[in-house]
Structures are given as structure tokens and as C-alpha cells.
Write a protein that binds this ligand. Structure first.
Ligand SMILES: Cc1cc2nc3c(=O)[nH]c(=O)nc-3n(C[C@H](O)[C@H](O)[C@H](O)COP(=O)(O)O)c2cc1C
Length: 193
């Protein structure tokens, strides 16, 4: 069975900078035989966690809110060996839809014995000018508290760009993301052998 990787994009811009970098990572994974999936929550409805605690009571690996994009993306996350997420920086933060998805995914996982434990992955973020590090840290925190394994790269996984496509001009940013993807692959292959 091939290993699986999912990339989840928090940008509403199709063909935007975040999508470009996430798809670049998926191309690395595909070239070594991974099954890959790309999902965007930038313009899809993802309702926020309502702290109802039903996931802890039911323990059936689901969230009671089921009329939005969450269930299908969460199931794909559970099926994946690698989970990467990307967000543009919006006022020094990750986008609300992405955080709504991650809040609920993390809560359902933790209510069911840590379903995300030891999955590999990590975040990447894009901004025009500033706020990268806050947003990168915000997303790394999510991976860490969910018992996941995040490799490093030659810099933090950040890149610069404003207009869609501009990120490709940030050579160091692109090289950092490429190395991050390579390190994920290296780790996945070591763990499998
Ligand atoms: C609502 C909003 C808030 C933004 N806030 C910031 C910010 O805090 N810092 C920054 O450098 N860029 C900010 N930007 C610019 C985006 O991060 C930048 O254009 C990024 O490349 C968009 O990524 P995308 O093409 O994947 O959507 C903001 C853009 C929007 C629409």
C-alpha cells in the first residue's frame, strides 16, 4: 500500500502562493510513490468548535457538526501518514477557516485516544511582509500538542509574496520548503524500513 500525504490550504485564493508551495511539497511526495490529496478550506465552510464536548462523550471519531467540509477532510487526515498545512498570514495569524478545521480535528483526535499521534507533518506560511513567525509558531503548536512529528528545514517554513505567484521569486523560501518536503520523505522512509 502506498503511503499517503494530504496538504490542507487555508487560503481562499486558487492558484495563490500558499497553494503553490503546498503543491510543490505534494509533487515531491508523488515522485516517490505517495498517494496525495490537496484540500482547500480557504473558501469552504468550516464551522468553529462549539465546545459541546460530544466528541469526548461519543468517542466515535467524529464531530457532531457534520454539515460542512470537516468530516471528509478529517477522514482523509486520519488516513494519511503525512499532513501538511499552509496558510497566508492574515493580520499576523493563520486564516480562521484553517484554525476552525484544526481546532476540531485536534479535539476529536484527543477525545479518541490521540488519533493523530505520530503522524508526520508540519506547516508553511506565506506573507507579503511580516507576521510569518507568529503564524508559523501558531501552527507548529497545533502539531506539537497533537503528538505529531515535525522535521526541520534550513530555515523556518516561511516565504514572501503578495500577489498570487510572487512566492516563486523568493528563492530562499522555496528552497526551505523543498528541504522540508525532502526531510518529511526521508523521515517517512526511515520509519517504514
Ligand atoms: C485579510 C488579509 C490580511 C493580511 N495580513 C497580512 C499580514 O499581517 N502580514 C503580511 O505580511 N501580509 C498580509 N496579507 C497579505 C497575504 O499574506 C499575502 O498576499 C499572501 O501571499 C497571500 O497568500 P495566498 O496567495 O496563498 O492567498 C494579508 C492579506 C489579507 C487578504
Amino acid at each position: 500500500m502506498p503511503m499517503k500525504a494530504i496538504a490542507i490550504c487555508g487560503s481562499p485564493r486558487a492558484d495563490g502562493n500558499t497553494q503553490i508551495l503546498l503543491k510543490r511539497c505534494l509533487d515531491h511526495f508523488k515522485s516517490t510513490g505517495f498517494a496525495t490529496s490537496y484540500r482547500s478550506v480557504g473558501s469552504e465552510l468550516v464551522k468553529p468548535c462549539i465546545a459541546c464536548g460530544k466528541c469526548s462523550q461519543m468517542k466515535n471519531r467524529t464531530c457532531v457538526i457534520r454539515d460542512d467540509a470537516f468530516p471528509s477532510i478529517f477522514n482523509e487526515m486520519l488516513d494519511s501518514d503525512i499532513i501538511i498545512v499552509g496558510s497566508p498570514v492574515y493580520f499576523g495569524s493563520a486564516t480562521p477557516n484553517l484554525m476552525a478545521l484544526l481546532d476540531r480535528a485536534g479535539y476529536v483526535s484527543r477525545a479518541n485516544g490521540n488519533l493523530l499521534s505520530r503522524k508526520l507533518g508540519g506547516p508553511l506560511v506565506v506573507a507579503r511582509r511580516a507576521g510569518h513567525n507568529f503564524t508559523f509558531a501558531q501552527l507548529v503548536y497545533w502539531f506539537m500538542i497533537n503528538d505529531m512529528v515535525v522535521p526541520g528545514s534550513t530555515y523556518w517554513n516561511i516565504a514572501f509574496g503578495r500577489k498570487a505567484g510572487e512566492v516563486t521569486e523568493d528563492e530562499e523560501g522555496v528552497a526551505t520548503i523543498d528541504r522540508f518536503a525532502e526531510n518529511l520523505l526521508w523521515l517517512a522512509q526511515k520509519l517504514r524500513s
